[in-house]
Design a protein around this ligand. Structure first.
Ligand code: 7TS
Length: 428
């Protein structure tokens, strides 16, 4: 297996070299410039190797076989859990494998929510949630007769906390994203979590965009639940995790039932397994979990402080370069401050539709996302039909930002964007 990371001055070049798709892939003869890691990250060779090694040398089901490769698969699966738990400073018993963040949140909504949310209860979310941290609560509220309330965000996408104590009055659950996938806003958890607890609420944090990009310590954050996805942090798709405080997880009924999550079954009924397996019904994504373990090991070698600093400096450079296009109608949304945002920058360019922009950029080998980013209520509140979004990760460079700016220049030429940012008014 190739060593993944060097900690010398050429660290970034070595990181890029760890990703075969970035090393080898071209798009229409151009270098692949991947600026869509908020959707899913690329995978380093060590993660690919971990999958290949599992499938080619010890593929077997877990928690049941007595033979050697089954024992090895079980050890690797549980070892991966320990690695992912350590990555967020959790005890492995408190870390449940899920398919992704969405499933982790649904697990809490069905299990904890079903047992604890009653008619008239209030669930507090924010105005910038991804649909995955909104629709499960809307459904739970509709089923139980509870109500949703919203922490507002201002025009820059920053949380408005002036009325937080009023909003928290009588709230049972606060569910919010650590980092917004549309605007990059980092939530002030240090303010919200203690005040939510003081008001008697349980706090669930959607960490899909935070766990990949910054150090996360669930104990220091003192959150009750923390959900995240492997695929946004170098791991395969189809594997995610839910951290929960032990007492809450112990008290929760199973989400799905069937094999692996039971202790005993009779014709009359069943008793359930210990944590975390009580929540892992059926054959798990064994390869995915092993790949997730390899991914967090890789990220830990790089260092999450370095990841945060690297993305801060890329964001800072991108804000500076994008500002050059502002006289021609480029608008950057969100806080526009590298200290307040994580991995994403949303923007629009004059009156070019973001989907057209994304297609033109694709022609230049630059991958960005366009659309509502699964935050339709936020887009409606802000009055944006859609935005273009560039997102950065460990392997992106300032050259990638330059490639984005050059490609935006091509789009401006195609749409004849003039100085005032008006299509058809090209002024050279
Ligand atoms: N929460 C946030 C904040 C997200 O950004 C996403 C995915 C999810 C939840 C759901 O994650 P999943 O792994 O369960 O799908 N966000 C995006 C995105 O911004 N572009 O594609 C997926």
């Amino acid at each position: 297996m190739r060593a993944c990371v060097a900690d010398d001055a050429s660290k970034l070049a070595r990181i890029v070299g760890d990703f075969p798709i970035l090393r080898e892939r071209t798009v229409r003869g151009r270098r692949l410039v991947y600026l869509d890691s908020a959707a899913t990250s690329q995978k380093p060779q060590c993660v690919i190797d971990a999958l290949v090694t599992y499938y080619s040398t010890y593929n077997a089901n877990i928690h049941r076989g007595v033979y050697e490769i089954a024992a090895r698969a079980t050890d690797a699966f549980e070892d991966a859990r320990a690695k992912v738990a350590r990555f967020v400073n959790a005890n492995p018993r408190d870390l449940v494998w899920t398919r992704n963040t969405t499933e982790a949140i649904n697990l809490v909504a069905h299990s904890w929510g079903g047992a604890n949310i009653k008619p008239g209860d209030v669930i507090l979310v924010t105005q910038l949630e991804h649909h995955s941290n909104l629709v499960p609560w809307q459904e739970l509220a509709a089923k139980t007769g509870a109500r949703l309330a919203y922490v507002p965000v201002d025009d820059r996408g920053l949380h408005v906390l002036d009325d937080l104590d009023d909003l928290l009055d009588g709230v049972k659950l606060v569910a919010l994203s650590h980092v917004s996938n549309t605007l990059g806003t980092i939530a002030p958890l240090d303010v919200i979590v203690p005040r939510a607890h003081a008001a008697g609420a349980v706090v669930l944090v959607d960490g899909a965009q935070a766990a990949p990009n910054m150090p996360v310590d669930v104990k220091a954050l003192d959150v009750d639940f923390y959900a995240f996805s492997g695929h946004k942090m170098c791991a395969p798709t189809g594997i995610g995790a839910l951290y929960g405080k032990r007492a809450l997880l112990e008290a929760m009924p199973p989400f799905l039932t069937g094999g692996d999550m039971i202790r005993t079954v009779t014709y009359e009924g069943a008793t359930f397994n210990d944590l975390p397996w009580k929540f892992e019904a059926g054959t798990s994504n064994i390869a995915g979990a092993i790949g997730f373990g390899a991914a967090v090991e890789y990220l830990s070698q790089i260092g999450m402080e370095w990841v945060r600093e690297h993305e801060r400096s890329l964001a800072s450079y991108a804000f500076e370069r994008l500002r050059e296009l502002e006289p021609r109608g480029l608008v950057v949304y969100g806080p526009r401050d590298p200290d307040l945002v994580a991995d994403v920058i949303s923007f629009n360019y004059a009156d070019i539709h973001p989907h057209d922009l994304a297609s033109i950029l694709d022609g230049e080998g630059v991958c960005i996302r366009a659309g509502h980013h699964c935050t339709m209520p936020l887009m409606e509140k802000m009055g944006w039909p859609a935005t273009a979004r560039a997102s950065f990760y460990i392997y992106n460079t300032k050259q990638d930002v330059d490639a984005l700016i050059d490609a935006l220049g091509k789009a401006a030429a195609i749409f004849k964007i003039g100085r005032a940012g008006v299509a058809g008014a090209l002024d050279g």
